[in-house]
Design a protein around this ligand. Structure first.
Ligand code: NAP
Length: 213
């Protein structure tokens, strides 16, 4: 078991975040959380991050990090926070490979974690010809080929499925290895932008801030 949870914007600011961390520990009936992430780079996330740094030093949080921090916000936080985020969880899949973001995370020492590693099926990912044909060689599905690509690129993946057989399929990716040529072919699928929304778009910022919580 590796317990990960996030702080939502409504719990940002030092005092509210401090209370929210203790509330989460109570709800989880645990004395620690393995990894706590700031969910979005909006509002008083610096205050919230200070509370996380404090709880990290107290051992309540074993690691702290962020989510949806694009390179501009991420670099800013790394330069003013005491503890470099251990993880930045951002939309990452074969169509949005986060090449620039990964360079900055490597520079400051943060592990990228992919949300939406299948792009939630967008762009017909599960039937993508490149993924299907490469996967056939190894007796693997396009989903497994996509996950294997991300893992070989050094990306942590958190695929979601409600189906047991797909969960089994999604973890069964450690018995084959893509060649350099295959990695190159999948790298060329990158469109270099989100298939969902941009956290730098003012309308998206308003939409996220107003989400009910
Ligand atoms: N930090 C953030 O802001 C953020 C944003 C979005 C998501 N997330 C997190 O990211 C994780 C990934 O979830 P996600 O929902 O975004 O997307 P995802 O993992 O890219 O895609 C999930 C979809 O793929 C299907 N699927 C799973 N395995 C499959 C397989 N082997 N073959 C065919 N279809 C398959 C699932 O259907 P079935 O369930 O029917 O199998 C579901 O429709 C979740 O833990 C989620 O909470 C975080």
């Amino acid at each position: 078991m590796f317990i990960v949870t996030k702080l939502w914007i409504s719990n940002y600011g030092y005092e509210k975040a401090k209370k929210s961390i203790d509330d989460s520990l109570k709800k989880l009936q645990s004395s620690y959380i393995d990894l706590l992430l700031l969910h979005q780079p909006f509002g008083d996330y610096y205050g919230a991050y200070r509370a996380m740094e404090e709880a990290y030093k107290q051992g309540k949080l074993r690691a702290i990090g962020v989510s949806n921090f694009y390179p501009d916000r991420y670099v800013d936080l790394c330069n003013f926070a005491e503890v470099v985020p251990a993880v930045n969880q951002v939309e990452t899949h074969v169509f949005n490979q986060q090449k620039t973001a990964r360079e900055y995370m490597k520079k400051y020492g943060t592990q990228i974690m992919a949300w939406g590693p299948f792009a939630e099926g967008k762009n017909n990912m599960f039937k993508n010809e490149t993924l299907v044909s490469i996967g056939e060689k190894y007796g693997k599905s396009s989903a497994q080929t996509a996950l294997r690509f991300l893992v070989q690129e050094g990306i942590v993946v958190i695929p979601k499925s409600v189906k047991k057989e797909r969960m089994e399929q999604n973890i069964n990716i450690f018995d084959f290895k893509l060649t350099d040529d295959e990695i190159g072919r999948i790298r060329s699928l990158d469109l270099g932008h989100s298939l969902f929304f941009s956290h730098q778009d003012p309308q998206t910022v308003e939409m996220i801030i107003n989400l009910p919580r």
